[in-house]
Design a protein around this ligand. Structure first.
Ligand SMILES: [Zn+2]
Ligand SMILES: [Zn+2]
Length: 232
């Protein structure tokens, strides 16, 4: 299956305002991707429109979120159903510090409907650290029925390895996201515990043209895990 399981919409302040749900699903259709996920920073509030837009064009879609943990580690959380994603959204929102967005500095945080019409804006700044710690994620995913993977594990900011100085042994994750493909071998040399573990490469798109090309297929082990969790 070709995929892109890490895409931001116009709800993320850093996401382009053209990243409406129909633009995202139509671009994914054009690129002939088999499965996509919407993963805005600390929020799933564009997932209702995203799932509807995806249903209308017939592309497989997964509701999700890229959580920013209290340690400023990014992790993508995916859910089998919209209801589960929205329950998790409500929980994460309850832990957010009361910091207001300044759109002129951080960008707009637009909620759209299934026709791409703006129906609201989030006032709380979504790119701050939530109150959820990284070590809580396995338990929270069990509670809310989702699955998580550390985002862009090899990046120098907001990644598990950059923040923790390595991969902590006490928090299990089923697979991880790798970003700079050209640096894979070098990265594995300094993080041998990741060797052999399945990984995926997503676009982390904030602009339409960044959405993945259909050039990579899901690792069969990841595909099986996604099926087992009812995500695809
Ligand atoms: Zn990220
Ligand atoms: Zn991201």
């Amino acid at each position: 299956m070709t995929y892109d399981l890490h895409i931001h919409s116009c709800l993320s302040p850093c996401g382009d305002n053209e990243m409406t749900v129909n633009n995202i699903v139509n671009m994914a259709m054009l690129k002939e991707l088999d499965v996509i996920a919407l993963t805005d920073h600390n929020s799933s509030r564009n997932c209702p429109a995203f799932m509807e837009a995806a249903r209308n064009v017939g592309i497989r879609a997964i509701p999700g979120m890229e959580i920013n943990t209290s340690e400023e580690i990014h992790a993508v959380c995916l859910f089998p159903t919209l209801e589960q994603a929205m329950d998790f959204d409500a929980y994460v929102f309850s832990t957010m510090p009361p910091v207001k967005n300044k759109p002129e500095i951080f960008g707009d945080q637009i909620i759209v409907n299934e026709n791409d019409e703006p129906i609201g804006k989030m006032d709380t700044l979504l790119i701050t650290a939530s109150g959820v710690s990284y070590s809580e994620l396995p338990e929270l995913m069990a509670r809310f029925g989702g699955i998580f993977f550390p985002s862009h594990i090899d990046r120098s900011s907001n990644s598990l390895v950059a923040i923790m100085g390595g991969v902590p042994e006490d928090v299990e994750f089923p697979f991880y996201e790798f970003y700079h493909l050209g640096l894979y071998d070098e990265f594995m040399e300094s993080n041998p515990c990741l060797v052999g573990k399945p990984w995926l490469h997503n676009s982390d798109a904030h602009y339409l043209w960044d959405i993945a090309e259909p050039e990579r297929h899901l690792d069969p082990r990841i595909e099986e895990m996604l099926r087992k969790h009812g995500l695809i």
